[in-house]
Design a protein around this ligand. Sequence first.
Ligand SMILES: [Zn+2]
Length: 199
Amino acid sequence: MEYPKAIVDLIDSFKKLPSIGAKSAERLAMYVYSNLDMTDIEEFSTALINVKKNLHKCKVCGNLCEDEECEICSSKKRDHNTIMVVENIKDLYVIEKLNVFNGVYHVLDGAINFQKGIGVEDLTINELIVRAKNPNVKEVIIATNATLEGETTARYVKTLLEGCDCKVTRIAHGLPVGGDINYADEVTVLKALEGRRDY
Ligand SMILES: [Zn+2]
């Protein structure tokens, strides 16, 4: 005998999440039924809907926001002439948590990966070049991951930025080869940022 349809539907929904297999999905669905009250469930479902309905990407940097521009891009306290290039939004928040960078960001939406067919046109590299060509921009810090894809992307961005007046730097020390900003501890990321060099 199968679970009632409502449970089966919930299991199927949980299975859509990363690293949730059939067994975990089943456990979560039963947990929801047994342990959460109606208020919890309503909050949960509203949060799920809002994350998609209210959020979109900042038209300048690609960060998540509820308005046209994110808080960072619209802040007068930030240095808009220093742009840190990261692969994805999660990396931006890793760096923000350190409280050491006062510039602005550019989220590439991934990295060049020929095997997976991810090329320049799938990323926001062209938008970055347009931003970097603004004569006020002094430095572009390439903070893509220390992986093959991150390095390939960094080199490509560097090549496209040749001819721009701005300085191009790459975060370096601390991040191990194959390292992903997301999994590095804060001290490592901080050192990588401090140790950036001309690129
Ligand atoms: Zn922004």
